[in-house]
Write a protein that binds this ligand. Structure first.
Ligand code: IVH
Length: 683
């Protein structure tokens, strides 16, 4: 029981508690909606929210017009233009379990004057754990894409949303003149894992869960950064829809699908609340097998006529409710915090846990991300902690059970734990301004060297067949290699001298190394392990400059001008080549015979190095399909026209992009030319 439930609560006490809860909720709204770094779980947020709601119900005079219960979410962040939704974007009331779902069903029937055991037809959908957005189409053209914001005013993020393949610029001819589509933008578990892997490799901090990663991606001022973080969308609702001929929510979903829009296929019509409850139970188990995160199901009254009669409360409709899943959480003991050193020298604290079974797997490690996270949680060795499989993907520590803290624990500091020195090589560690991470300053640190070599030899980099982690560790431990070029200087006998290495295998490694010398420029660039330069950026650099010499000589401005490279990445590249140790590493590689080369138009990629922009509608194929066809031929497909654009493909009703292309004198293909070229180039 919370203090607010006490029957003796005075008005003054209630006032004080309401003020406190409102302030806390506002802070958490800001952390969640504006800064993408929530500090409490959804369940904890819901508990605070419900306590405030309950108090306001008991003391209706104390409800402030700006109470968090009276508005949805939070104000839009300042950096984007604001967008006022034509109709407010509502939120959903919550049911925490099947009993509360049944209470919702009873309320619906009471409001409609129906018998308590009558059947109401519902649509059951999954509740996607992402960010609500609105897509506004006028005359079937996308004119605005926006976030929910506070429900009335959101942020205008059209270019960011256009990086999502499933969002078309144009609706089919039979769509209404004005329609606002609503849905949830999210990142799949697979894309999230890949993104974090890449960020880890590039020395960037990892995201805690797919939702935060998606939120961070959508809020990028620079849409080219959004484009590097693959997002998806499911549409599930409407704002305005002038002249749309549907009379049930289920029909709307079918109509959206018929327009080839992305609608999740798990929705189901339920003839009564029992079937809706069964849907909930089914996905309580089945959620783990889905390729994306859900945090519950949403139950909506199907008939639009009934929805209208039920109407809305200040922030939530009476005709729908979310039924939340309990979070998959367990408590366990934190035995130790280990500090690992990554390829870029970042020190990462890893929680060593007493193994615990949560979310279907045994968990014994969890990342603590960085010192800020450790301080936020105030987590200490010996603590009992709540572990959650965040988004069913990676385990995280949600909170410390304070009551269970042993008497002798002390706050954990990474610096103290490692005595201010890199735990691997003993060099100084630093925390650069504006960074959350501590780094080892020694680029010859064995942890960095070994991981750097493993990265160098890996498939997406130099692709040295048969040269895996174990061999690399052995030659590094023996002091035979300190830098990539040393690998090429080793003889067959050096390799044969390693543990369990037959002559033949030794020869294979030497041959594989030899073969790797002829390498494509993007792979070589990626192999160097320059901060922020992953496969995509390496490819963009190769396309733009064509040779290693030109990239090494490029100015900051030239680098920052490359599509997909912004000022931060440009600076990292410049810093890398300006550092004499790195310059020597690169020279050494060239000296041992590594030969990075780039031909911009290899025959199987006839459009390699060419940048296309698609605009207007095509009859023969959808825009994602056209994009895919072009990319398969090696082209880059950009979202906007610039002097770097080579060709603009202009379909029906092409607008401002066509105008700009004409102004800039860029080649324009109409649909007929486009199809003919595709045919010609695809052979
Ligand atoms: S319907 C008036 N359907 O959950 C109805 N929302 O907690 C408004 N959400 O703001 C939303 N999946 O961001 C709806 N299938 C679904 C949903 C869904 C996720 C999100 C949405 C909404 C929030 C409410």
């Amino acid at each position: 029981m919370s203090p607010s439930d006490s029957p003796d609560l005075t008005v003054d006490e209630a006032k004080a508690r309401i003020a406190q809860l409102s302030a806390e909720l506002r802070r958490h709204n800001r952390l969640y909606y504006e800064e993408d770094r929530p500090e409490i779980s959804d369940a904890e947020y819901d508990a605070l929210f419900r306590e405030l709601q309950a108090l306001e119900r008991r003391f209706p005079d104390l409800v402030a017009p700006d109470s968090p219960t009276q508005s949805v979410g939070s104000r839009p962040a300042e950096k984007f233009d604001k967008y006022t939704h034509a109709l407010p974007m509502l939120s959903l009331g919550n049911a925490m379990n099947v009993d509360e779902l049944r209470e919702f069903d009873q309320r619906v029937k009471r409001h409609l004057g129906m018998d308590e055991d009558a059947d109401v037809r519902y649509v059951a959908e999954l509740k996607f754990d992402g960010l609500a957005v609105e897509l506004t189409y006028e005359n079937r053209e996308l004119v605005a894409g926006s976030t929910r914001g506070d429900g009335t005013v959101g942020e205008l993020i059209t270019p960011n949303l256009l990086t999502i393949d499933a969002i078309p610029r144009r609706l089919p001819d039979n769509a209404p003149d004005v329609i606002d589509l609503r849905g949830e933008v999210f990142m799949t578990k697979h894309d999230f894992a890949k993104l974090n892997e890449r960020r880890d490799e590039e020395g960037e901090p990892t995201f805690v869960n797919p939702r935060n990663a998606a939120a961070g991606a959508l809020r990028q001022l620079d849409a080219s950064i959004t484009a590097k973080r693959p997002l998806s969308i499911f549409l599930y609702g409407l704002g305005r829809a002038e002249g749309l001929d549907v009379d049930a929510h289920s029909e709307l979903l079918k109509k959206l699908s018929s327009w080839k829009l992305s609608v999740n296929d798990k929705w189901r019509v339920c003839k009564n609340v029992d079937e809706a409850a069964a849907f909930y139970e089914e996905f309580l188990e089945g959620r783990r097998d889905l390729p994306y995160d859900i945090d519950g199901v949403v139950i909506k009254v199907d008939a639009l006529r009934l929805q209208e009669r039920l109407g809305v409360l200040s922030r939530t409709p009476r005709w729908a409710t979310a039924v939340k899943f309990p979070a998959e959480q367990k408590t366990t003991v934190l035995n130790d915090i280990e500090i690992q050193v990554g390829r870029t020298g970042v020190l990462t604290p890893v929680a060593k846990l007493e193994p615990v079974f949560v979310g279907g797997v045994n968990v014994s490690n969890a990342t603590l991300h960085n010192q800020d996270e450790i301080e936020r949680l105030d987590v200490r060795v010996g603590d009992t902690v709540v572990v959650q499989r965040a988004g069913d993907v990676i385990p995280e520590i949600v909170e410390v059970v304070r009551d269970a803290r042993p008497a002798d624990t002390i706050p954990f500091s990474i610096v103290e734990a490692v005595g201010g020195k890199c735990p691997v090589c003993g060099s100084e560690i630093v925390r650069l301004e504006g960074e959350v991470a501590y780094r080892c300053t020694n680029i010859a640190c064995p942890a960095q060297v070994v991981r750097g070599l493993i990265h160098f030899a890996s498939k997406p980099a130099m692709n040295i067949d048969g040269l895996g982690d174990k061999l690399i560790r052995q030659v590094a431990d023996k002091g035979l290699v300190g830098a990539p070029a040393d690998l090429y200087r080793l003889t067959k006998d050096d390799w044969a001298g390693l543990e369990r290495m037959a002559d033949k295998s030794a020869q294979n490694v030497v041959d594989a190394l030899d073969k790797s010398k002829d390498v494509a420029l993007p792979k070589f660039l990626h192999a160097l392990g320059i901060r922020h330069v992953g496969e995509a950026t390496a490819l963009a650099l190769a396309r733009e400059f064509g040779s290693l010499e030109k990239i090494r000589a490029a100015s900051l401005e030239d680098l920052a001008d490359v599509p997909d490279v912004g000022p931060i990445v440009a600076e990292a590249i410049r810093n890398f080549f300006d550092n004499p140790d790195n310059a020597k590493r690169v020279d050494d590689l060239l000296e041992v015979g590594v030969h990075p080369s780039w031909s911009s138009e290899p025959s199987e990629m006839p459009l390699a190095g060419r940048t296309f922009v698609l605009t207007g509608g095509l009859d023969a194929m959808s825009r994602p399909e056209a994009k895919d066809r072009l990319q398969k031929l090696g082209a880059k497909v950009a979202g906007s026209v610039s002097k770097k654009t080579n060709v603009v493909v202009a379909g029906e009703d092409a607008g401002s992009k066509l105008k700009k292309a004409t102004e800039l004198g860029i080649e324009v293909w109409d649909e007929e030319t486009f199809l003919a070229k595709l045919k010609e180039l695809s052979g």
